[in-house]
Design a protein around this ligand. Structure first.
Ligand SMILES: *Cc1c(COP(=O)(O)O)cnc(C)c1O
Length: 230
């Protein structure tokens, strides 16, 4: 069965618009990151041709391959677990890294972007549910980590990212999104240098509307655009 990516993107944009209308937000404040991991470059091209400018990848080697194959007009975010020794492959190629969860990784990003005389834009990943299987700083540890990372050169912390615990009942997910937003508000009030909490990356295919209602500015949607992954 072939998949109609343009139709899927259109349907998602309508759902974004409706979610924004429900909570009085401007849809321009919410950007869709099309999560293309494990999907071929040809499908990314289809989505780009349908007007989707921004894509998210989770695996470094896969990202490097697709980045090489596809047009320079495509904007890339890196959203997956990241080993420090692979940061060099992202250097200068990703607009935003969502998954910075430890000081050692931030130091390597700082070093790599510094080497090309640029500033890396990053989000701090927060493990809101404190789940053993997920990456991210705990809510309790976040402020101390952000203070340390903010002191590094060549980095700008733009906000927070989270992958909250899964629940069929979306109302059970809502408090996690709210906690992430409240943490961002708290950090914002500290007025740290190199920190501006203008970005909240939260919400995926099954829960992005709730995330928008709770303040998401970036939603990361894969399955609802490209279909189920292998
Ligand atoms: C895969 C992935 C997504 C997309 O999930 P879908 O349920 O397919 O929309 C979002 N965020 C992260 C961090 C992911 O790894």
């Amino acid at each position: 069965m072939s998949i109609d990516i343009a139709a899927n993107l259109h349907a998602i944009q309508q759902r974004i618009d409706q979610a924004c209308a429900r909570c009085g937000r401007n849809p321009q404040q919410v950007s869709l990151v099309a999560v293309s991991k494990k999907k071929p470059a040809a499908l990314i091209e289809q989505a780009a041709n349908a007007g989707q400018p921004l894509f998210g990848e989770s695996y470094v080697q896969e990202f490097v391959d697709k980045h090489q194959q596809l047009s320079n007009d495509i904007r890339w975010h890196f959203i997956g677990a990241l080993q420090s020794n692979k940061v060099k492959y992202l250097r200068g190629r990703t607009e935003l890294i969502h998954s910075v969860d430890r000081l050692s990784l931030a130091k390597e990003i700082s070093k790599q972007w510094g080497a090309i005389d640029q500033t890396a834009q990053i989000l701090i990943q927060i493990n809101v549910g404190d789940e053993a299987t997920k990456a991210g700083a705990t809510i309790d540890d976040a402020e101390a980590l952000i203070r340390k990372i903010a002191a590094l050169p060549h980095l700008h912390i733009r906000g927070l990212m989270a992958l909250p615990p899964y629940a069929d009942d979306l109302e059970q997910v809502r408090p996690w999104f709210r906690q992430l937003r409240q943490l961002a508000e708290h950090i914002d009030q500290l007025h740290l240098p190199q920190v501006s909490m203008d970005t909240l990356s939260m919400g995926m295919s099954h829960d992005f509307e709730i995330a928008i209602e709770e303040g998401a500015t970036l939603i990361r949607v894969g399955t609802a655009i490209f279909g189920a992954r292998e």
